[in-house]
Design a protein around this ligand. Structure first.
Ligand SMILES: [Zn+2]
Length: 355
């Protein structure tokens, strides 16, 4: 314990001889049971202590980086802070408050930076490649330690593994995760969710793929599509906030568009929909190429537009503050201050002009 920390501890009256730089409390406004933690502490589950889903406020007593997770083993929604939080109920992700929702946590020093990972492209048996996107090595915290398989259709599994052998599941999915995070987030501390364990379900039904919180479902037609490409889309979903997905066609279009935008940036998607597409919020390649236009090709480009757009899907973002995501948000975050409909009209004209 540093002298400063000891003085600080005495001043606030802690009796416990613990080098605590962070104290979690079961009540709001630093009340209830105190759960002290030190820099370097990692608690992968609060269940045995009977403290699961009890933390409601966080006091940061010395400069630190605090990461709490909604699930055990550092998975689920991440709440990141460097300062005291008197009431976690004011912070939302996907409509759920972070109050009484912590199952694991870790505390790092203020100087902590995510480890840099060694990255390398991984070539699959169809000669396509999981790229090692420049800058993805900075996301060394973004780990997929384990990939489980749930084989409900052996033929789907066999066809899939003929292209991506099972021994590549973990390194390939982890590289995909680092790729997409490096494209849609500024830094590792911006990642709003984490799934160190991923489960691949091989399903006996028609379709391609779907994903949610640490799971990817692969259907009969999946092996017919470029795995490095569509799996990167699915892995991207595991690191996106998905507020209003399925309820708002606009939010749904943005989320699906962003998951294809990473494919445009990495070069997996090269062909724009004819004429640019029908509606800006149709998602997938339609929205992806439109977002690429706003960020990179408009008369006045909007550098960082997609990263900013991604943050607005997080209920903690000041632009949404857990209120419904609305297309008007796009007007406030593009360099020209144009409405999304104006931008779409500009884009359609730009495409029609042969760009
Ligand atoms: Zn999708």
């Amino acid at each position: 314990m540093s002298r400063g920390a000891r003085r600080l501890q005495r001043r606030i009256g802690f009796a416990a001889p613990v080098d605590n730089t962070v104290v979690f409390y079961t009540g709001a406004n630093y009340t209830g049971t105190a759960i002290p933690a030190s820099q370097g502490d990692s608690v992968n589950t609060l269940l045995p202590q009977g403290q699961n889903d009890t933390i409601r406020s966080i006091k940061v007593l010395a400069p630190s980086k605090v990461y709490t997770y909604s699930d055990v083993d550092y998975s689920g929604s991440i709440f990141f802070t460097t300062h005291s939080i008197p009431n976690l109920s004011t912070f939302y992700d996907n409509g759920s408050s972070f109050s009484a929702a912590t199952s694991s946590y870790r505390v790092e020093s203020a100087a902590y930076a995510a480890p840099t990972a060694a990255i390398a492209p991984i070539t699959l048996n169809d000669a396509t490649t999981v790229v090692a996107w420049p800058g993805s090595g900075r996301f060394g915290d973004c780990v997929i330690n384990q990939v489980n398989t749930d084989i409900q259709d052996q033929a789907v599994y066999d066809d899939f593994t003929a292209i991506m052998p099972a021994y590549l599941f973990q390194p390939a999915l982890q590289q995909m995760a680092r790729n997409v995070c490096s494209i849609i987030y500024d830094n590792p501390d911006s990642i709003p969710r984490s799934y160190p364990t991923m489960t691949l379900h091989f399903m006996p039904a028609d379709g391609i793929a779907a994903s949610a919180g640490g799971h990817v479902w692969l259907y009969k037609q999946a092996p017919l599509y470029p795995i490095a490409s569509f799996m990167s889309h699915e892995i991207c979903h595991n690191y996106q906030c998905s507020k209003d997905y399925g309820t708002s066609p606009y939010a749904t279009g943005v989320i699906e568009g962003v998951a294809d935008y990473v494919l445009v940036i990495m070069g997996y998607h090269t062909v724009r929909p004819s004429g640019g597409g029908t509606n800006w919020y149709d998602g997938y390649d339609t929205s992806a190429f439109f977002f690429d236009y706003i960020e990179n090709h408009a008369a006045v480009p909007s550098p960082g537009f997609v990263k900013r757009l991604v943050r607005t899907m997080d209920g903690r973002d000041p632009l949404v503050s857990n209120f419904a995501w609305a297309p008007s948000i796009i007007q406030t975050i593009n360099a020209q201050g144009k409405t999304v409909d104006q931008l779409w009209a500009d884009y359609k004209a730009w495409v029609a002009a042969g760009n």
